[in-house]
Design a protein around this ligand. Structure first.
Ligand SMILES: Cc1cc2nc3c(=O)[nH]c(=O)nc-3n(C[C@H](O)[C@H](O)[C@H](O)COP(=O)(O)OP(=O)(O)OC[C@H]3O[C@@H](n4cnc5c(N)ncnc54)[C@H](O)[C@@H]3O)c2cc1C
Length: 465
């Protein structure tokens, strides 16, 4: 049982992007802070098994693909191009480890106590920290739950943490599978499907809905699907997976009204579930909702005074930067009385090639909400920088209020869309109109000019198309 008690102004449970960012901001604001993490490495899902390792593999596999498929068109002739998968995976690990060490350094700089172990509530304001048979009691004026999420599976799908696995396994396959099935055409499925496709796998994506990326703009998603299909991803939409199992040296995925699909590896990418188990929430009278999320008000307060929650464990998009914004707003509110997240301006990026990025509302949402809007579209094939780069597929779509011209949504399919969307998010955060963006001088030749042209297109006055 507990043998000592340490007291903090704020204890944060979870050192993912939500938790560690909140801890740093709280320390900047003068609080004494402890951050509890059950894994030896800091950084959470995002850094250890999510955003960062997936992007490392996307970069490496893209270079391999370019070297094999596109460099000759630039007049760059290579001899034979070979894959060295252990080096590629090793590079990814080094990046992750380096960044995790960096968070440790930030904790030292801000005098944040790094507490390794599993946290669970004893009572409001009191936590048990368990680590290899040792238990310590901690107390705090404020406790922030930032425990994130874990991969979900489907009934009938027998995960074996190897051949039938989640994104965690798909970040570390020891060999390129000959045939890979991806269940779920969301961001994670498309990104990791792209990685292994580029490295040589035959990839089949099974999706329950009749479209990919259900949360993205439908037109943009349909165009993205065509481009990804040209790269060799096979899509079977409207397919309900009934189960998946290992059968001898391969896996079999059973589908309703369709023949079973065989593969060497199956990636189950059907969403993520909040981490609320084992937190001892019952000890403080907190019950997750029917989606297993912790309910909070607009200030990230739970129904228990002094207990807050942010990130993947609460409602809203499961995105690292959303968790970060919430962490900062939550602790700023605790200390200063003010903290706010603008949920209308949270960008969403899928890091395929081309990338798919959006901020704000889609055309479908605006129609559903009965909001009258004007639309400006500009194709990257008319953008000189995209042509020079040899990546002229895709478009920018800007949606603006028909009466006020305020920008309501921007959707980009194209090279570096994930970088370009920052301009749209900034413009929308300041309540910009399409005219504001249209009258902003953009450097030439840049991909960002396509955003200006889309803004001009809202008013029917593009220059280059
Ligand atoms: C393959 C993949 C790719 C992704 N790519 C992107 C991307 O490109 N961009 C993006 O924005 N998002 C991406 N995400 C989603 C992103 O990783 C999450 O939205 C983000 O990590 C959520 O942050 P968080 O701080 O809420 O939780 P997490 O990052 O999940 O961190 C929670 C931490 O809490 C710890 N913990 C849990 N319970 C306890 C406990 N009881 N005691 C102590 N510690 C505990 C966990 O070990 C974990 O480290 C990706 C996810 C995956 C799986």
């Amino acid at each position: 049982m507990p043998n000592s008690t340490q007291h903090f102004d704020l204890l944060v449970i979870g050192a993912g992007p939500g938790g560690y960012t909140a801890a740093i901001r709280a320390a900047q604001l003068g609080l004494s802070v402890g951050c509890i993490e059950k894994e030896p490495a800091l950084g959470g899902t995002c850094l250890r098994i999510g955003c960062i390792p997936s992007k490392a593999l996307l970069e490496s596999s893209e270079l391999y693909w370019e070297a094999k498929q596109s460099l000759a068109a630039h007049g760059v002739r290579l001899g034979q191009v070979d894959l060295d998968l252990p080096t590629m995976l090793g590079r990814k690990e080094q990046i992750v480890q380096g960044l995790a060490r960096g968070i440790g350094e930030l904790f030292k700089k801000h005098k944040i106590a790094r507490l390794e172990g599993l946290a669970s509530f004893i009572a409001p304001g009191r936590l048990r920290l368990s680590r290899t048979g040792e238990e310590t009691e901690l107390s705090a004026d404020h406790i922030l739950i930032a425990t994130g999420s874990r991969s979900r599976s489907l009934p009938g799908v027998e995960l074996d943490s190897d051949r039938i696995g989640t994104s965690t396994e798909a970040l570390s396959y020891g060999a390129v599978p000959k045939r890979m099935v991806v269940i779920g055409a969301g961001a994670i499925g498309l990104e990791l499907g792209s990685v292994w496709r580029r490295l040589g796998a035959k990839v089949t994506v099974l999706e329950y809905f009749d479209r990919i990326l259900p949360e993205m703009d439908a037109g943009i998603a349909a165009e993205a699907q065509k481009i990804l299909a040209k790269q060799g991803l096979e899509f079977r939409l409207g397919t309900r997976v009934l189960g998946a199992r290992v059968a001898g040296d391969h896996c079999v995925v059973e589908c309703a009204d369709a023949a079973p699909v065989e593969a060497d590896r199956v990636l189950v990418a059907v969403g993520r579930a909040p981490n609320t188990e084992g937190l001892g929430l019952e000890a403080i009278g907190l019950k997750p909702n029917d989606r297993d999320q912790i309910e909070v008000n607009e200030h990230f307060e739970t129904s228990v005074p002094g207990v807050y929650a942010i990130g993947d464990v609460i409602r809203g998009p499961m995105l690292a930067h959303k968790a970060e914004e919430e962490g900062v707003a939550c602790v700023e509110r605790i200390v200063t009385g003010y903290g706010h997240v603008n949920y209308d301006c949270i960008p969403n990026v899928v890091y395929t090639q081309p990338e798919i990025a959006s901020v704000g509302r889609t055309e479908e949402q605006l129609k559903q909400q009965g909001i009258k809007y004007r639309k400006g579209v500009f194709q990257f094939r008319a953008n000189s920088r995209a042509r020079a780069a040899g990546h002229s597929e895709g478009q920018v779509k800007m949606l603006a209020d028909a009466e006020t011209d305020r920008i309501l949504g921007v959707h980009i399919l194209g090279l570096h869309a994930g970088e370009l969307i920052a301009e749209a998010a900034a413009a929308m955060s300041f309540g910009a109109s399409s005219e504001d963006v249209a009258r902003t001088c953009h450097a030439h030749p840049t991909l960002a000019e396509a955003i200006k042209e889309a803004a001009l297109a809202v008013d029917g006055r593009t220059i280059n198309s």
